[in-house]
Design a protein around this ligand. Sequence first.
Ligand code: SF4
Ligand code: SF4
Length: 325
Amino acid sequence: MTEKPKIALYWCSSCGGCEESVIDLAEDILKVAAAADLVFWPVAMDFKYQHVAAMKDGEITATLINGAIRMDEQEDMAKLLRKKSRVLMAHGSCAHLGGVVGLANFCTREEILSRSYKEVPTVVNPQGILPQTTTIESGRQFKLSGFHDSVKTLDQVVEVDYYIPGCPPTPQLVKNAIMMVLDNRLPEKGSVLAEKKALCDTCPQKDSKPDKLRIRQFKRLYETQWDPEKCFLGQGIICLGPATRGGCGARCINGNMPCRGCFGPTENVRDQGAKSLSFLTSMIDSKDEEELERIADSVPDPAGLFYRYSLASSVLKGKLTGQRS
Ligand code: SF4
Ligand code: SF4
């Protein structure tokens, strides 16, 4: 009897939504389980790290890793799974681009630890003790995973073969990615397994998007009554559809919310935040300095908005605080 292909899933720094995108395969997960052996999936099955370590190199047909890399344990597991897998996929925004957790790169490691363990009002820590990687308690030594200086994308740590974009990816995309492996019809290495064009191309409101957008004020949703049948940008509401890869089925737009960019940049765009900033500034209809300042001020938290999902993979990678590791 021929052996079934082997699939593994692993979770690094993320919220768990990507694991949900697998659970949301619903009954299709039974088809995956029938066609392949799930050999490692800590969220759902009781396999241990030593089981992975005992496998032959390249024994796993494909591994999907979600989440960014911030801890020693995550980096070690990413390296181990890379060695044991023929195909490695970055599953979701955090593994692909750093994701929301990558916004932590706006702060230093010291700022994060100090805020979390000394400053927040719910913490009582008069001695200001921070987590240590090694602690001795009652004569026994305990170890914790080390916390890195910054958040990294999966491909900043190991070689990645394919990317499944989205926060989280749609179950359909996850299913397609797994079926591509099982049917042996994977595209060119390095591909992002979604559409190549921008979301606007398949947006249900694309026909109402003005050819020439001229804006004198960016409005937040609570500041206006918008028409849900019309393009957000045409109504002065920031939507990152023009700078975001399509493939999500325009799920936010269909939910009456503008796109926030979780599918990452379109093909051949290096920096999604810079691209978003560039298309939005090109829409501003003023040359008056005071007015320009007022318009710029109508965009709250621009860095968080433009780099919500892609800071760790951007050109700057975060706040410049010297050497990051
Ligand atoms: S800007 Fe947003 S709402 Fe307008 S067409 Fe593009 S994705 Fe749709
Ligand atoms: S509309 Fe934008 S933010 Fe929403 S799921 Fe699609 S790509 Fe992500």
